[in-house]
Design a protein around this ligand. Structure first.
Ligand code: 8DG
Length: 149
């Protein structure tokens, strides 16, 4: 991790096998991020595995248990750079139990259609998330095209 803060995020979809909807979350704090959309998740704690940290964060923030799917590969091993101090690894996930609610850190949750690229990219995401969102939409589109052929 090279002293970097490791953040993990969930690309929570309606179905890992056939993803068509993505659950996005609007931050309520801190002030400079409030109102911006993100992948629910948070920081990995010392000694914690990233996948376990993601499951913990999604339970704390949304009240859901998840099944994790593939990681959305980033160009560098530590994950997608967020700023000079932090990187984020992102995994696909589907809900195994619970109904998502904005319990902590968010004031709104929304399911967005993954085929509506302009709608998804039109949300005011945390700026560092845009390359991740674009890669996610691309990965889902490639997969859907593969399933059709
Ligand atoms: N969860 C999440 N954090 C993101 C995203 N994009 C992005 O730049 N970040 C930044 C915001 C924060 O500076 C940091 C994650 O911190 P956090 O506040 O969610 O972490 P946490 O839940 O563990 O909270 P805390 O222990 O610091 O209170 O990463 C994203 O898509 N999801």
């Amino acid at each position: 991790m090279n002293g970097q803060i490791q953040v993990v995020g969930g690309a929570v979809v309606d179905s890992l096998a056939e993803p068509s909807m993505l659950l996005v979350a609007r931050r309520s704090a801190p002030e400079q991020l409030a109102g911006l959309w993100e992948f629910p998740g948070g920081k990995v704690e010392p000694g914690e595995e990233p996948e376990a940290a993601l499951a913990r964060e999604l339970l704390e923030e949304l009240g859901i248990g998840v099944r994790l799917g593939a990681e959305l590969p980033a160009q560098v091993p530590g994950g997608w750079p967020l700023n000079h101090r932090a990187s984020m690894r992102v995994w696909f996930a589907e809900i195994a139990h619970g109904e998502p609610k904005a319990l902590e850190d968010h004031d709104e949750l929304r399911w967005v259609a993954l085929e509506d690229h302009s709608g998804v990219l039109g949300l005011p995401w945390i700026p560092a998330d845009f390359p991740i969102v674009r890669a996610l939409l691309g990965a889902v589109a490639v997969r859907a095209a593969g399933a059709r052929s």
